[in-house]
Design a binder for this molecule. Structure first.
Ligand code: BGC
Ligand code: ZN
Length: 365
């Protein structure tokens, strides 16, 4: 079968390769599921992997099959699989268990191990191929009514995990009724965070560099959230009049914003950090002021990455709610389709041109 791969450590090595078709029987104890891939989305992580800034090949391979945002249809199941049938639409989670206690209880997204295994990213082949197989435990069913947008489940899960973490942490307050939320950044994660926060009934303000109107500001306004272009003015000045915020979701990919956001968190509020910033950037920060306000205001900042199977399942419900509340909105996120694995280069062109969400249609329908 065809697959798209990189040679980790070699910049711009993305290429088409041939691989044996996986089988159900290579997964232990009859738990295997063979999935025919229909769509695969790409994001900033894929861009970094092709730039050789991130990612590693599985042991015994010099290449890594890319793709971690999957959507496919079950073709065959092992004897020990009861929860899926051929024809079911599914999305696979990304991280696979290592050794820590958290990995043992299905929370490998919270691993304390030094290394982690992520399909399409680190030490495990991904989904940008005609087929993949995996244990049923790592698959999540997509209702047929969501098949046009199912490829967005993985990025939604990253957002939902972050928001779930915030709510979980805020149980410290016994009573927490967040009203005002801010989202930093209007990339896919920022937009999906705005959606999930709107679905939870919050008043949402999205801060993004680009002036409005634009495709992203339209998406924001369609869900009844506020889009504020920050332009060149300091965020604190622009954002001051909308805050303080009970919850802030940071997704700009630009780490100095984190410290500006810290100054916009309300008393008892929580700041969720989701940007993966691989660089060496430094910044000057008003440390006394930030520290004092955090201490006197009982504020929290939490980092979040990846998502558990539970978060994926909850995300399916969020997506169903989104389709019911804002019909067509999720589909409007899918801006740059590419037809066929052999046109994989177009995906990377779209990524470099700042496309909102590019994906490859691997097979129909
Ligand atoms: C993926 C996550 C992953 C993270 C770090 C993101 O692009 O969506 O699933 O944990 O990269 O590798
Ligand atoms: Zn990703």
């Amino acid at each position: 079968m065809k697959a798209v791969a990189v040679f980790p450590g070699k910049p711009n090595s993305i290429h088409l390769t041939e691989m044996p078709k996986p089988t159900v029987s290579e997964i232990p104890v009859g738990r295997g599921v063979l999935v025919k891939v229909l769509r695969v989305g790409v994001d900033g992580t894929d861009k970094e992997i092709n730039a050789a800034e991130y990612g590693a090949a599985p042991e015994g391979f010099d290449f890594l099959v890319v793709g971690h945002e999957s959507f496919g249809v079950v073709e065959e199941i092992g004897a020990g699989v009861t929860e899926f049938s051929p024809g079911d639409y599914v999305v696979a989670t990304v991280r696979r268990p290592g050794l820590s206690l958290y990995d043992q209880i299905g929370l490998q997204d919270m691993t304390t191990d030094g290394i982690y295994f992520e399909r399409g990213i680190n030490l495990r082949h991904g989904y940008m191929a005609e087929y993949y197989s995996d244990a049923a435990d790592y698959l999540v069913r997509i209702p047929v009514g969501l098949k046009e947008v199912g490829v967005l489940l993985e990025p939604v899960s990253v957002v939902v995990k972050g928001i779930n973490q915030a709510y979980e942490i805020q149980r410290r307050l016994k009573v927490w009724h967040p009203r005002k939320a801010a989202v930093m950044g209007a990339g896919p994660i920022g937009l999906l965070a705005s959606l999930s926060l709107r679905l939870r009934g919050l008043d949402v303000t999205v801060f993004s560099k680009e002036p409005k109107p634009n495709h992203r500001s339209e998406l924001v306004e369609r869900i009844g959230a506020r889009y504020v272009g920050t332009g060149e003015a300091p965020l604190k000045e622009v954002a001051g009049k909308y805050g303080p915020f009970d919850i802030i979701f940071e997704a700009t990919g630009y780490s100095p914003v984190v410290f500006e956001a810290m100054e916009l968190v309300s008393k008892n509020g929580v700041l969720v950090l989701s940007s993966i910033t691989g660089g060496q950037r430094t910044a000057q920060v008003p440390t006394d002021k930030i520290n004092l306000d955090f201490v006197l205001g009982n504020k929290v900042v939490v980092g979040t990455v990846n998502a558990s199977r539970h978060d994926f399942q909850e995300s399916v419900r969020d997506m169903a709610m989104a389709e019911a509340s804002y019909p067509g909105w999720l589909g409007y996120m899918l801006t740059h389709p590419v037809q066929g694995l052999e046109n994989f280069r177009e995906l990377y062109t779209h990524l470099s041109n700042g496309a909102l969400k590019a994906f490859v249609q691997v097979a129909g329908p």
